[in-house]
Design a binder for this molecule. Structure first.
Ligand SMILES: *Cc1c(COP(=O)(O)O)cnc(C)c1O
Length: 232
């Protein structure tokens, strides 16, 4: 199957999940997670309508998207987000290159990004990654830590909060997966209450190849799909 056929299949499944939940297609962005995809495949996905890509490593993204960025600028530009964990020593290049850092998982990283983001033309969008049960330890563990990081972002003037990101545990137990997504929705509500306006926290980045339908039903606004798009 071609990449555009893969995307068409995924779109059908998204639509079914939306119908179940009584939601609309324009509430959700489909990101192509291109971390293992060569640029030719990225171009194919772009031609099929994908306008948001996710990369897990700073250096790979810089190399892969350098020309792509120049070729697709202006109205047809695609967003490129970092979704993998970010080391301090890469914070500068990440802050200058990406449209959004989805993997902000500790206060120190906020401080580091805020040092470099003023060199951008516009504020850098960030999402907070919440640890909701996936085995690897990335993500904030407590709502208090998350609140402190949110304060730093809001005070920075060069970082713009967008919402939350999580990875559900890798399991076939849909109850565990949904519990993880619900934890993200709960954290979003608490952030909305503590740090209005609501718009600051509108993005819920949750749902991958193996669990995106449940994510749509639980309220996801951004699906991060890699293997289903880029592997046949
Ligand atoms: C790789 C990755 C994805 C995409 O996973 P697939 O199972 O290939 O869809 C989504 N989010 C993050 C954070 C990832 O690292």
């Amino acid at each position: 199957m071609s990449i555009s056929e893969n995307i068409a299949k995924i779109e059908e499944r998204i639509q079914k999940a939306l119908d179940t939940a009584g939601r609309k297609r324009d509430e959700i962005t489909l990101m192509g997670v291109s971390k293992f995809a060569p640029i030719g495949q990225v171009e194919e996905a772009f031609r099929a309508g994908i306008r948001c890509f996710g990369e897990s490593r700073v250096k790979d993204a810089l190399e892969k998207f350098e020309t792509f960025r120049k070729d697709h600028s202006g109205n047809s530009a695609a967003q490129i987000h970092l979704i993998g964990s970010l080391q301090r020593n890469k914070a500068k290049s990440a802050a200058l290159f990406f449209d959004c850092i989805q993997s902000v998982d500790r206060k120190e990283l906020v401080v580091e990004l805020a040092k470099h983001a003023p060199a951008r033309d516009e504020p850098l969008a960030v999402l907070f990654e919440l640890h909701t049960g996936e085995e690897s330890k990335s993500g904030f563990e407590s709502i208090d830590d998350l609140f402190q990081a949110a304060e730093l972002v809001l005070e920075s003037g060069c970082l713009k909060p967008g919402g939350l990101m999580t990875m559900a545990p890798f399991t076939s137990d849909t109850n565990l997966i949904r519990a993880s997504f619900r934890q993200l929705v709960k954290a979003q509500k608490e952030l909305e209450r503590r740090f209005p306006p609501k718009e600051n926290w509108a993005c819920l980045s949750m749902g991958m190849s193996n669990d995106f339908e449940a994510a749509v039903e639980e309220g996801s606004t951004l699906l991060r799909i890699g293997s289903l798009i880029f592997k046949e």
